[in-house]
Design a protein around this ligand. Structure first.
Ligand code: PEP
Length: 255
């Protein structure tokens, strides 16, 4: 059984004070969380204080911390960048890599993303590798091909020996921040496709255990239907993760 992973990607929102305030209210609102894991990915400047908060809650609490990006090098002359050991040092377990905003606004390609995924594994961080097609690619019926290429190149030479060492997020670019969501059936079809590629890269048993999140305008009103799909194992949530009420409802999805 795959434990659903419900993740907040705050992008460039909330400084340390707001982040802690949100988290305190969220922990109170959510109460006992069972049968799901909650991941919060705030901006870099919040990670230290959030890492301490999570440490205080203990390892048994279902809350985990992640970064939104990182550089693949261990250290060096990369002004403005953050290295994998720095993320480990502030209690991060996860790192989002290849988010469509990194690909499309900052020009990251599959080769660079692949270096990052390898570096994450080398430093014991769990990569959340984001893949997804643009609207033009979907209209041209190239969505599966585009996602296959992103997966095969992004995961090339990556050492994964257990299913909890990797998460994939399928995020159709046209659905991110737009209020448009893939239909549950279309999302399920792509998730099944992603799983078949993972089986091809490793084996079926490993692929069956790897969590594949859906991202792209996940909201309280559509989360239940999406999470009811057999290959949707969680959500990567942008806009709706910024408010305690909406993120609480999303984490409390009902199947
Ligand atoms: C995201 O940031 O990955 C995302 C899916 O954003 P939103 O939920 O706002 O579409």
């Amino acid at each position: 059984m795959r434990t659903p992973l419900m993740a907040a990607n705050w992008k460039m929102h909330k400084g340390p004070g707001e982040a802690v305030g949100f988290f305190n209210r969220f922990v109170e609102a959510i109460g006992d969380v069972e049968g799901r894991e909650v991941l919060v990915c705030p901006p870099f400047v919040d990670l230290y204080v959030m890492g301490r908060k999570l440490r205080d809650l203990g390892d048994d609490a279902p809350f985990r911390l992640g970064a939104q990006n990182m550089h693949p090098a261990e250290q060096g002359a990369y002004t403005g960048e953050i290295a994998p050991p720095m993320l480990r040092a502030v209690n991060c377990d996860y790192v989002i890599l290849g988010h469509s905003e990194r690909r499309h606004i900052f020009g990251e390609d599959d080769e660079f993303i692949n270096e990052k995924v390898k570096a994450a594994r080398a430093f014991d961080l769990i990569p959340v590798l984001c893949v997804g097609e643009t609207e033009d690619q979907r209209d041209a019926e190239r969505a599966e091909e585009v996602v296959s290429t992103q997966l095969r190149q992004g995961l090339s030479g990556v050492d994964v020996t257990a299913p909890d060492q990797l998460v994939i997020a399928y995020e159709p670019v046209w659905a991110i921040g737009t209020g448009r969501t893939a239909t549950p059936a279309d999302a399920q079809a792509m998730h099944a496709h992603v799983r078949s590629i993972l089986a091809d890269l490793w084996d079926e048993e490993l692929a069956d255990g790897i969590r594949i999140q859906y991202g792209g305008s996940v909201k309280p009103h559509n989360v239940d239907e999406l999470m009811a799909q057999p290959d949707i194992d969680g959500a990567l949530v942008g806009g709706a993760s910024l408010e305690v009420d909406s993120f609480t409802r999303i984490v409390n999805f009902k199947r």
